[in-house]
Design a protein around this ligand. Structure first.
Ligand code: SF4
Ligand code: SF4
Length: 533
C-alpha cells in the first residue's frame, strides 16, 4: 500500500495535481498532502490549530501533525488483534466463514475457526461510515436521537463490542461495565438491522451482551418479573382486582414499583382476560378448507384479549377456521421474547422448542401461523433462526405472518373474501412498530386499512415509541423513553382530530400513546372488526 501511495503521490506532483480536495485529508492522506500547501502554509495551519485548540482535542492527527498512513497503531485490526474465545448464546456460525477473494466461494458455516464463533465477525460489519448518526435514517437510532452521544449510537456500540470481544476492554469481555453502559439505552428496535447499510443487528448483539452479563452478575428481580410474565399471567389474572386496588393507593403502588425497579409513572399490568383458555377448549381435529393458526401472545391474551377476539372474528368472517397456539391442558405457546430481553437465551430456546414441536404439524399441512404482536410473531421469523434448530425453524419462519400480512397474502392469491363497510370516522393515523418497519411489514397494515371504504390512512413518520417492551417501564429509563416518544410520535398523536383513529399494532406503542397523549390506539384487527359488513 505504501509503495502504491508513494508512486501515486509522485505522479500527482509531476502532473501538478492535487492528492485530495476538500475530503479525506485525514490520517490516510495527511502525509501526502503537505507538499501541496508548502512549508509556510503548513506552519500556518499548525499555528491556527494551536491557537484554537491548544489542548489538541479536535481531530488530533488530522491534516496537522499526521502520522504515517500505515502506522499500525491506527489500524482497526492492529498487531495482535483477535477475538477472545467465547461461546455465544446465539448461533453466529453464518459469520464464521472464509470467502475466496478471487472466486467468491464461501466455506460452510462455522468453518473459519473464529474463537468467538462468528460473533465478532458480525460486529465488524460496522464499517464506521456513520449513517446511523443521521436523523432521517428510518428508525435508526432512537437512543442517539435523544442523547446525541456516540456511545448511544449503533456505531459506538459496535466499536465497544468489538473492543470487548477482542479483549481490549479487560477480562470481563461482554460482561463488562463498558458494554453494559454502551447498550443501556439501546431499545432493541432493530432499526439498524434494516437501516444500517451493512445490516448491523445490534438488537441481537444486545441479547449476547445481556446473556453474558446475567451469567456473571445474575438476574434482577425486575428482569424476572418481566421474563416470567408468560408463566404467571394466567394466575395473576385472578388477582386483577387486587392489583387495580393497589394502583389506587399511591404510596403502596409506588412502593411496589420502586421495589421492582419500575417507574412510578407507569401503571401496573392489568391482566383482564384469557382469550386462549376459551379458544383452546373449542379446538377440534377436523380438517377445513381454509385454516389458519392464530398465535396469540401473552400481552394480547391476558392484557388485551379483545384484540385476539377481533382477529378471530375477522378471520372467521373471511371463511377461515381458526386454530390457536395452545393445547387444551397446556400453557400457551410463547415466542420467549421476554426471556431474550434479559439475556436468558436457554429459557427462550426452551420456549422456542416447545413452540416448534407444537406448530410443525400445522406448518407441514400448509397452515399459516398468524400473529398480532409484531415483536412476538417476528421472533419466530428472526431469533428462532439463530437457535440452531435447523430446517424446522426455517419452515416455521416461512409460514409465520403478521395478521395483516396474512390477509394481504391471501387477498393477492385470490383466496380472501372480506366484506367491509365504511366507518363513522374517515381518517386513521398509523404508527408502525419498529420491528414491523425492520421487516418491511408496515405496508400491509396500510393496505388492509385502505380496503375500508372511504378511509384515509396517514402514516406517522416515527422512530421508536420509546416504550420498547419493558424499557419504558424501567425506573432509570422512564425519562429516555418519554424523550423518544416526544421526538415525533406523541406530538403527531396530540395533533390528531378528535374522531381520528390511531392504529398501532404494538402493545408497547399503544401503551406509550395512552400514557403520553391520553389517546387510545387500536390494533388493526379491531379496526377491521368494526368495519365488518
Ligand atoms: S450505519 Fe451501520 S455501518 Fe455505518 S456506522 Fe452505523 S452501524 Fe456502522
Ligand atoms: S437496535 Fe435500535 S436503539 Fe439499538 S442500536 Fe439499533 S437502532 Fe439503535
Amino acid at each position: 500500500m505504501r509503495a502504491i501511495a508513494e508512486e501515486a503521490s509522485a505522479l500527482v506532483r509531476e502532473y501538478k495535481g492535487a492528492f485530495s480536495g476538500e475530503h479525506g485529508d485525514g490520517i490516510c492522506r495527511g502525509e501526502w498532502v503537505a507538499w501541496q500547501f508548502g512549508p509556510q502554509l503548513n506552519a500556518a495551519f499548525k499555528e491556527i490549530k494551536q491557537l484554537f485548540d491548544p489542548e489538541n482535542l479536535l481531530n488530533p492527527g488530522k491534516i496537522v501533525d499526521t502520522p504515517r498512513m500505515d502506522d499500525p497503531d491506527y489500524f482497526r485490526f492492529n498487531k495482535g488483534y483477535k477475538g477472545i474465545p467465547i461461546a455465544p448464546a446465539l448461533d453466529w456460525s453464518g459469520w464464521d466463514v472464509l470467502r475466496d477473494p478471487l472466486t467468491g466461494e464461501q466455506s460452510g458455516p462455522g468453518s473459519a475457526g473464529d474463537p468467538t464463533s462468528g460473533l465478532i465477525k458480525a460486529v465488524e460489519m460496522c464499517n464506521n461510515n456513520g449513517h446511523c448518526r443521521k436523523f432521517d435514517a428510518g428508525t435508526m437510532c432512537p437512543s442517539f436521537r435523544i442523547t446525541r452521544e456516540e456511545q448511544h449510537l449503533t456505531r459506538g456500540r459496535a466499536n465497544t463490542l468489538r473492543l470487548a470481544l477482542s479483549g481490549q476492554l479487560g477480562s470481563d469481555g461482554l460482561a463488562g461495565n463498558d458494554v453494559k453502559e454502551a447498550l443501556d439505552l439501546c431499545v432493541s428496535c432493530k432499526g439498524c438491522k434494516r437501516d444500517c447499510p451493512t445490516g448491523v443487528d445490534m438488537a441481537k448483539m444486545k441479547i449476547e451482551a445481556r446473556s453474558a452479563w446475567s451469567k456473571k452478575h445474575g438476574i434482577s428481580l425486575r428482569d424476572r418479573f418481566v421474563a416470567e410474565m408468560p408463566r404467571y399471567a394466567a394466575y395473576a389474572r385472578h388477582f386483577s382486582s387486587v392489583i387495580a386496588a393497589v394502583e389506587r393507593v399511591p404510596f403502596l403502588s409506588d412502593w411496589i414499583k420502586r421495589t421492582l425497579g419500575l417507574a412510578e409513572q407507569r401503571a401496573l399490568p392489568n391482566f383482564c382476560g384469557n382469550y386462549l383458555a376459551g379458544a383452546a377448549a373449542k379446538q377440534g381435529n377436523a380438517v377445513y378448507e381454509k385454516e389458519v393458526l392464530l398465535f396469540v401472545d401473552t400481552f394480547n391474551n391476558y392484557l388485551e384479549p379483545s384484540n385476539a377476539e377481533a382477529a378471530q372474528r375477522v378471520l372467521t368472517a373471511a371463511g377461515y377456521h381458526v386454530h390457536v397456539n395452545k393445547a387444551p391442558s397446556e400453557r400457551p405457546l410463547c415466542c420467549g421474547r421476554t426471556y431474550l430481553a434479559s439475556g436468558q437465551v436457554d429459557k427462550a430456546k426452551a420456549e422456542a422448542k416447545r413452540t416448534l414441536e407444537y406448530l410443525m404439524p400445522f406448518v407441514e399441512r400448509g397452515i399459516s401461523i398468524v400473529g398480532l404482536e409484531p415483536s412476538c410473531l417476528l421472533t419466530l421469523r428472526d431469533e428462532f433462526l439463530q437457535y440452531g434448530y435447523g430446517e424446522q425453524a426455517v419452515a416455521l419462519s416461512r409460514a409465520s405472518f403478521l395478521f395483516e400480512e396474512f390477509l394481504v397474502k391471501e387477498h393477492d392469491a385470490g383466496r380472501l373474501k372480506l366484506d367491509l363497510k365504511a366507518l363513522e370516522t374517515s381518517r386513521v393515523l398509523l404508527h408502525g412498530h419498529c420491528h414491523q418497519k425492520a421487516f418491511d411489514a408496515l405496508r400491509p397494515v396500510e393496505q388492509v386499512l385502505r380496503w375500508i371504504p372511504g378511509l384515509e390512512v396517514k402514516n406517522i413518520e416515527t422512530s421508536c415509541c420509546g416504550m420498547a417492551g419493558s424499557f419504558g417501564y424501567e425506573r432509570e429509563h422512564y425519562e429516555a423513553s418519554m424523550q423518544m416518544a416526544e421526538l415525533s410520535l406523541l406530538p403527531a398523536v396530540r395533533k390528531a382530530e378528535a374522531d381520528d383513529l390511531v392504529v398501532a399494532d404494538g402493545t408497547s406503542c399503544r401503551h406509550q400513546i395512552h400514557d403520553g397523549a391520553n389517546k387510545t390506539a387500536l390494533h388493526v384487527a379491531k379496526v377491521l372488526e368494526s368495519a365488518l359488513a
